[in-house]
Design a protein around this ligand. Structure first.
Ligand code: C2E
Ligand code: CA
Ligand code: CA
Ligand code: CA
Length: 278
């Protein structure tokens, strides 16, 4: 639609054209990356009262030229291009495989696996069946699988979302509400969601020691979780002081650089064997 001659309309400015080209290229590259096996899961420790309870699976792209690329650079584009469906399916399968490997070793048999779910995945008709298939095919224990959903995703199609979550819950799968406090959850339906856990967003943890508002929000999230009978975990914990403050307000599950960065499975297992993760 773009022509530079006289009497023609220019729909795209050159900078827009560049952005579109870059995006199209990224989509094609992501598709190839999936086929070429360039995606990998990193695992970040989640600890409770000084004990390792599990990990969150975080997606990475081992790019042949650019090295390790984080999800912030491609998840958004993948979501718009529906590529998040095959990528999300790969993540689920890989996470369940790792869960099954952990289950086979006494030292790691108790570990849970948190997996991030995108709204596009949850909206898919086959999501429940595909998830149960991944569990069955790998032999992972469903009770050790924790799906992290976000508030925005829950708000869009409440009835449909609740129904799917309940179907999976009946099979033992747990749910954690990610980034809690950054969206607009109404308490009325928060109560209806089959959740096991609320996750205090990193943005409140970051300044919890210096910003009284953030400390108040964290306190309210803990109180809310208690009132609803949910457990609570804080993400983005980087210092002992933040951990101590969180403990003081009643949060005893943590995730963050203070306890361990996201790492490849081999490194996670080595740390587990060496007992360098709490
Ligand atoms: P998230 O679910 O909120 O994940 C936590 C992010 O915080 C991760 O970034 C993690 O590396 C980072 N993080 C952990 N501890 C600390 C800390 O102490 N300090 C700081 N500053 N950051 C910390 P990452 O891995 O880049 O992932 C970014 C986001 O991409 C995730 O945010 C999640 O929304 C999305 N994501 C990651 N993996 C997947 C996936 O497999 N599927 C989908 N749909 N989304 C994913
Ligand atoms: Ca998450
Ligand atoms: Ca989060
Ligand atoms: Ca976040």
């Amino acid at each position: 639609a773009k022509e530079d001659g006289r009497n023609t309309v220019r729909f795209f400015e050159p900078w827009m054209q560049h952005a579109i080209t870059a995006r199209t290229r990224l989509i094609a590259e992501l598709r190839r990356a999936l086929d070429a096996g360039q995606f990998v899961l990193y695992y970040q420790p989640q600890v409770e009262d000084g004990h390792l309870m599990g990990a969150e699976a975080l997606l990475r792209w081992r790019h042949p030229e650019r090295g390790l690329v984080g999800p912030g650079e491609f998840i958004g584009v993948a979501e718009h291009a529906e590529l998040i469906l095959p990528i999300g399916a790969w993540v689920m399968r890989a996470a369940c495989e790792q869960l099954a490997r952990w289950a086979a070793c006494p030292r790691s048999a108790h570990l849970t696996m948190a997996v991030n779910i995108s709204i596009r995945q949850l909206m898919e008709d086959n999501f429940v069946r595909d998830t149960l298939d991944a569990i069955a095919a790998t032999g992972a224990r469903p009770t050790h699988l924790k799906l992290e959903v976000t508030e925005s995703m829950v708000i869009e199609r409440v009835e449909e979302t609740i129904s799917k979550m309940e179907q999976l819950q009946r099979h033992g799968v747990r749910f954690s509400l990610d980034d809690f406090g950054t969206g607009y959850s109404s308490l009325a339906y928060l109560k209806r969601l089959p959740l096991e856990q609320l996750k205090i967003d990193r943005s409140f943890v970051r300044d919890i020691l210096v910003d009284p508002n953030d400390a108040s929000i964290a306190r309210s999230v803990v109180a809310l979780a208690r009132a609803l009978g949910l457990s609570i975990i804080a993400e983005g914990v980087e210092t002992a002081a933040q951990r101590d403050m969180l403990r003081e307000i009643g949060c005893h599950r943590f995730q963050g650089y203070f306890f361990g960065k996201p790492m490849p499975a081999e490194e996670f297992d080595a740390a587990l064997a060496a007992e360098t993760i709490p």
